[in-house]
Design a protein around this ligand. Sequence first.
Ligand code: NDP
Ligand code: ZN
Length: 351
Amino acid sequence: MKGYAMLKIGEVGWIEKDCPVCGPMDAICKPLALAICTSDVHTVWEGAIGERHNMILGHEGCAEVVEVGSLVKDFKPGDRVLVPAITPDWNSLEAQGGYPMHSGGMLAGWKFSNFKDGVFSEYFHVNDADGNLALIPEGINTVDACMLSDMVPTGFHGVELADVQFGDIVLVIGIGPVGLMAVAGANMRGASRIIAVGTRPVCVAAAKKYGATDFISYKKGPIEEQVLELTGGKGVDRVVIAGGSVESFEPAVKSLKPGGKIGNVNYLGSGTYINIPRVEWGVGMGHKQINGGLMPGGRLRMEKLARLITSGKLDVAPLSTHVFEGWEHLPEALQLMKDKPAELIKPVVKI
Ligand code: NDP
Ligand code: ZN
């Protein structure tokens, strides 16, 4: 089978590999549509997870099941399925402890294009199929279904990590597709005001639609100064970090009220340390919590998030600004995600 792979850090290309083998609890799937993630860019061009050779890329897509193992109860060949980016081993101790995304070790629930070949392939392997797959509901097209792999669950997880409450003033740093879903999630959780940080006009327009009330540009001076000005010097109750770099923590802490919470879902692709400003962190006693997490996977969560779309509460269509038809466009779509032109939110390739 063919796949689009990271050949080594900084180099991508088509490769041929043997088809994956289906274990008793697994499924083999073939993609219906695939989406490119900023994480693919971090992986290839920043070497964020270290060197990988001939590893097929991709962790966002929806698919048709072609084979299931003998112990799989709820899926069969021909089923059209949502595929989460994170596919934990649900019988692991970490999953039993409430952290399925770390099943088998730190971040080890992230298997596609990390510990095994990803989904940019004619066929791909899904572990623990009953625990990880979900049927694509009636009324969700394959392009929108791709947004349920990672963008919706990750953006919403940022909101969970920041523990947004009714009436909170929320700062969302970064309004690419992940941050946009954090804006949507914060809005659903009852934020009274959502201050969004980003500059691409297409993202600003989408953020407004998803509930952002105020906008600031990180290019026009320090974020915290603009936040403090907008909030009468008081700051915000919650911060979701979905963009920037290791340097985003400094303005986040400085923008936060004592007792506030930060939820980070940004993938820190480079740098060794994160700077936490001592004074604004209350010289260690400010009750400003910093949480960072990988999205949880799992069928239940996928089914619930999909219901937000089928019920009309969440419209993910604005995220897919660039939709291609056919395999051969994968390299172009990946390059687009690397270049981030002004009119791009997310590229999707229909197979
Ligand atoms: P994008 O690159 O599309 O968006 C990044 C956003 O951050 C843009 O709004 C951008 O602004 C803004 N930004 C850039 N530089 C700065 C800065 N210095 N200060 C503040 N804001 C800045 O990314 P995605 O939405 O696709 O992904 C966001 C992050 O989430 C990535 O790091 C990705 O790898 C990570 N991720 C994490 C996952 C998880 O499970 N934890 C899963 C998936 C993704 P502008 O409008 O100017 O471009
Ligand atoms: Zn992703």
